[in-house]
Design a protein around this ligand. Structure first.
Ligand code: G
Ligand code: G
Ligand code: MN
Ligand code: NA
Length: 252
């Protein structure tokens, strides 16, 4: 069986699950939200990483259906935690360019919010930097999402090639700095300076800046001292399963 066919069966067989990585405010060191990350547990092959199957799903269009499942599951779980009386926090969901450009995308998001009864401001969408270059095509969708109260993030910033003009003129609120820019900090003076510049760029654009892949205390402190608003990374927490999220929410 090809990976392509296995993937389609896997969705029906409930082999996909979501894990959730905490986001932390650097000033208060408090939990500010989560990013949903898909996991595929194949009963024979074991864990298949998203880097293997997401590109295939994007190529064959299955990402539209899989992405809808991710949205639904992420919103459903967030609503469930809220109803259990746990702290109410936003959840971000990665949206692939193929999924975002699909003519029914906006309708799907609306359906998911209606079905789960999650308030729109508890949903954030992460799009990759290169999607922004299709600014004419995506502007209306971004604007419509923003008008509904859904927040938008640029993921993996620095690895794509978006124009500053698009960043300035499109309704995106959060800049997520790719982890490659954090890796060598604070040991590399060159990377430190680059990271400071990217933080400054985001702040100049009026955006919330988040650094990804923060693994050490030294990295965290560097980001804290240099005005980065939020962090995500193993330093604070790996992506957690639903049960672990509940535990974290209960203690926060
Ligand atoms: O969680 P992990 O590091 O294994 O993720 C690897 C890549 O897969 C990351 O680039 C991440 O953005 C992407 N990814 C994880 N979950 C999803 C998802 O639900 N949808 C999309 N489109 N990409 C995802
Ligand atoms: O592209 P995106 O930012 O969505 O990818 C998120 C991925 O990064 C997740 O798959 C997650 O497992 C991974 N990740 C999260 N925190 C860290 C970290 O501190 N170090 C490394 N190397 N990877 C991380
Ligand atoms: Mn992401
Ligand atoms: Na990233």
């Amino acid at each position: 069986l090809t990976l392509e066919k296995k993937m389609i069966r896997a969705l029906a067989a409930r082999q996909f699950e979501l894990h959730y990585q905490p986001k932390i405010d650097t000033a208060t060191e408090k939990l500010t939200g989560f990013e949903a990350l898909i996991r595929w547990n194949d009963p024979v092959q074991g864990y298949i990483p998203p880097g293997t199957f997401i590109p295939i799903a994007e190529e064959n269009g299955f990402i539209v259906e899989l992405g809808k499942w991710v949205l639904l599951e992420a919103c459903r779980m967030n609503k469930r935690w809220q109803e259990a009386g746990l702290p109410k926090l936003p959840m971000s969901v990665n949206v692939s360019a193929v999924q975002f450009r699909h003519p029914h995308f906006l309708r799907t998001v609306e359906q998911v919010l209606a079905e789960t009864e999650l308030a729109p401001h508890f949903l954030e969408l992460e799009v990759t930097e290169s999607l922004l270059n299709d600014h004419v095509l995506i502007r209306d969708t971004l604007t419509a999402l923003q008008q509904r109260g859904i927040s938008l993030s640029v993921d993996d910033f620095g690895t794509g090639y978006s124009s500053i003009h698009y960043l300035k003129s499109l309704p995106v609120q959060v800049l997520k700095i790719d982890r490659t820019f954090v890796q060598e900090t604070p040991c590399s003076e060159r990377d430190n300076s680059l990271l400071r510049s990217i933080i400054q760029l985001g702040k100049s654009l009026g955006m919330t800046v988040l650094a990804e892949g923060v693994e050490t205390k030294a990295q965290f402190e560097f980001l804290q001292q240099n005005g980065c608003d939020q962090i995500q990374g193993y330093y604070y927490s790996r992506p957690l399963n639903a049960e672990a999220v509940e535990g974290l929410l209960k203690s926060s």
